[in-house]
Design a binder for this molecule. Structure first.
Ligand SMILES: Cc1cc2nc3c(=O)[nH]c(=O)nc-3n(C[C@H](O)[C@H](O)[C@H](O)COP(=O)(O)OP(=O)(O)OC[C@H]3O[C@@H](n4cnc5c(N)ncnc54)[C@H](O)[C@@H]3O)c2cc1C
Length: 414
């Protein structure tokens, strides 16, 4: 078949790769001059099944409410005139019971762990340089009480096969001596040795080059204006450079899938949740992190990509507004500098903001809705780089009429 993939982020490109592997002709339509230029560009790079906890948890309603009145650094919920914010928030709140949070977290963990295994296969098959680091991720806690709570919570993922190790302060510093200067600020960590990191933009661009070498079409710099339907099928995609047609289509437009879906009668509750990141050259600094970490108290993620650090933070409801200013980054920079004082050339940090395509369940949409030849692979939220590889394989399997390698109950709309 000729399959048209709408969107050239990590989700679209991994999907094109898996489809091509199955023998299909693939076309990727992407508005930016290069693939992985939007959300898939500046993320923290964590391939982290150990980070599968959903945001729609029993604690979330109070956190959202408080953020209306307090200037919180991690979460910024703002009222707006956008009615979709309220319909989405209502659906999100409906997922916040303990039972649903547990169910959604386990589904997400299933997908994330499977996805990591697919990534490992791709890495074995293809030579792609993306500053991969397989030394695990440290989930740092600043007090013993917080560490104990974190351990109790992590048992859920452990029950689903996640390997965890509990480290005290000395154990953390032994694993990553670059945290030595901040040892007195850390009580300990939950260490997930099988989690890994890597630059998702480098990976996506490397993979896209492989797809192109094998005859796949990358139509970058091409904006999709509308999707043309004919009864219960998609007939073509209208772009600023003419129509693109295929036998099947995959919707992988990240945050923009909601609008594209709406225009053809598919309701996809995907809302943009803005995050910020810094990319900081290590320069001559001798102590960059050697193991990625998440400061669970401040909700700041820190990853080392070879000669750069990537630091991310913040969940902000700001619609599709990608603007940012230096003060948005001051807190996360301060936290990083505090943990790794000699880790990077902090004065040369590059600022970026991106939009997480969040769904109320925190799970992506798969499969078909309404149209026989349109497949969804979208809404990957805060760990879309982690879940993309498995999601791509699942989508290719569904298109081939094969049963995916993991049970799809709960992941596929009935
Ligand atoms: C601050 C931050 C930190 C994160 N950290 C992590 C992490 O550590 N680990 C992890 O797993 N995930 C992380 N994520 C999440 C991850 O980055 C996303 O889930 C993932 O990148 C989503 O990929 P995507 O392909 O769905 O979306 P995108 O990368 O946004 O791709 C969608 C593509 O569609 C294109 N497009 C949109 N409209 C049109 C149109 N009309 N015509 C043509 N093309 C169009 C866009 O240009 C874009 O390239 C983070 C996200 C943020 C914001």
């Amino acid at each position: 078949m000729r399959v048209v993939v709408l969107g050239g982020g990590v989700v679209g490109v991994t999907t094109a790769y898996q489809l091509q592997k199955d023998g299909h002709e693939v076309v990727v339509v992407e508005r930016q001059p290069q693939v992985a230029s939007e959300t898939s560009w500046g993320n923290a790079g964590m391939v982290a099944p150990g980070h599968s906890f959903v945001w729609s948890s029993p604690k979330a309603p109070m956190i959202l409410l408080k953020s209306l009145f307090q200037k919180d650094q991690a979460l910024r919920f703002k009222l707006s005139a956008d009615p979709r914010l309220y319909t989405w928030s209502w659906k999100f709140l409906m997922e916040c019971t303990a039972e649903k949070a547990k169910r959604n977290t386990l589904l997400k963990h299933r997908l994330a762990a499977y996805s990591q295994s697919v990534l490992q296969q791709v890495v074995a098959d293809e030579d792609i340089r993306y500053d991969r680091n397989t030394r695990g991720i440290l989930y740092l806690h600043r007090s013993q009480e917080a560490l104990d709570r974190g351990i109790a919570q992590m048992r859920l993922l452990e029950s689903d096969g996640q390997e965890i190790r509990i480290l005290d302060r000395a154990g953390v510093v032994a694993l990553d001596p670059s945290l030595g200067a901040a040892a007195d600020k850390i009580a300990g960590a939950i260490y997930c040795p099988t989690d890994e990191t890597g630059d998702s933009a480098l990976f996506t661009r490397g993979l896209a080059a492989k797809v192109a070498e094998r005859g796949g079409e990358l139509r970058t710099g091409t904006t999709i204006r509308s999707i043309r339907t004919d009864g219960d099928a998609i007939a073509g995609v209208e772009t600023d450079k003419g129509e693109v047609r295929g036998d099947a289509y995959v919707l992988a437009l990240g945050c923009h899938s909601a609008e594209a879906g709406r225009r053809i009668g598919i309701d996809l509750p995907i809302y943009p949740i803005k995050g910020y990141s810094l990319t900081i050259p290590v320069g001559n600094h001798p102590r960059p992190p050697t193991v990625a970490s998440v400061d669970e108290h401040n909700l700041v993620a820190i990853t080392s990509f070879g000669d750069r650090l990537r630091v991310t933070a913040t969940a902000e409801f700001a619609g599709y507004d990608l603007r940012h200013k230096p003060s948005d980054f001051a807190f996360m920079k301060g936290v990083t500098q505090d943990l790794y004082p000699d880790g990077a050339d902090y004065d040369r940090a590059e600022m970026w903001a991106g939009l997480r395509p969040m769904t109320p369940t925190n799970l992506p949409f798969f499969g078909r809705q309404r149209y026989g030849n349109l497949y969804l692979n979208t809404g990957h939220g805060h760990i879309g780089w982690t879940m993309s590889h498995g999601s791509a394989r699942i989508t290719a399997d569904l298109i081939a009429g094969r049963i995916p390698a993991i049970p799809m109950d709960g992941l596929l709309a009935a």
